[in-house]
Design a protein around this ligand. Sequence first.
Ligand code: 7TS
Length: 407
Amino acid sequence: MFDVNQIRKDFPILDSQVYGKPLVYLDNSATTQKPLCVVEKLTDGYLHHNANVHRGVHFLSQDATDLHEGSRRRMQTFINAASSDEIIFTRGTTESINLVASSFGETFLQDGDEVIVSAMEHHSNIVPWQLFQQRRKIVLKVIPFNDLGELDMDVYAQLFTERTKLVSVTHVSNVLGTVNPVKEIIRIAHSHQVPVLVDGAQSTPHLKVDVQDLDADFLVFSGHKVYGPTGVGVLYGKRQWLEQMVPYQGGGEMIQSVSFEKTTFNELPYKFEAGTPDFISTVGLATAIDYVESIGLGEIAQYEQQLLDYATEQFQQIPGMRIFGQAHHKSAVLSFLVDGIHHYDMGLLLDKMGIAVRTGHHCAQPLMQSLGIEGTVRASFSFYNTMEEVDKLVAGVKRVCGMFGVK
Ligand code: 7TS
């Protein structure tokens, strides 16, 4: 049974006070809080299992290597990859996308080739492609979204030409909460023999993601958004792509042999893991995934939906309220503006009441341009949030409306 009060005990930070008021943490799309078991795992790693991985014959190095490689297999089962060789550890979503833009781009993209993204991408899935434009003159094509915040699939299907080489889209929008139909997006792309990268930064914490069921070519996500440590993330790639792609960075561990005349590269996944990986955090991330799956992604999705429905219902009754993102399939994110109140003022005043929300463009400026606004206030929920916290948010927003004379 899902017991939120029991779950909250696993997250000591949720008992904090800010400005003498109980913390109401509603900035979960930016980063999630960590359960005690993850923090303890990190401490245990540094205290008892710390030696550099892959390089040592000594006991401790092999111990650390076993734990780190065990975490890779845990990532494999988390997203149902066919092989743990297809799991590359990175610093997070951003680095994973930069890796693909650089290495897939270098290997497969020529001047005039096209990459399809959507109008609701995080900057992390826009700027790496623009940086690559300094190397090859690739063309970015953009899938628009409708008033509900859903991608226009008819336009999408018509964007393909013989120059289309990759589709790179977010699974869940960090601003609108829209859960995009990535399985259908992939099916359409594959009918044109075009591979697809799925940005799972906002989906992996909330839904079961199965790369084989989706038939995704690449999936990327960040540890810190799935209740794991900062500084670690994952790039999943189908073997057929990763094997052909040139390495991203050079250094230790990614080589087979080095001489001043010629270097040959290591096999997967190490070809893409130059330098010492964050082997303590990879183990912490595996613990986080164990924790999340012990609650159950199905239960999480169901409970978070209740929080979202309850919050949306109450928000709709506030005069002057505009909610951005009303997709039929939506994750627990509420982006909003109240007429006459700047998002920054709203965020600042809610903060003084102990309520942590995010304000601004949320690293999605093109999305804001599509909406014709500069920014929103965003409340993003986790399974450790409560209905009482939703009540506090609603009361807080109403109080701010009162201060501004918006009634
Ligand atoms: N993609 C999406 C869809 C995201 O929401 C984010 C971070 C990223 C990529 C980048 O992830 P990183 O871990 O590499 O930084 N989104 C947010 C956010 O909504 N507020 O702060 C970070």
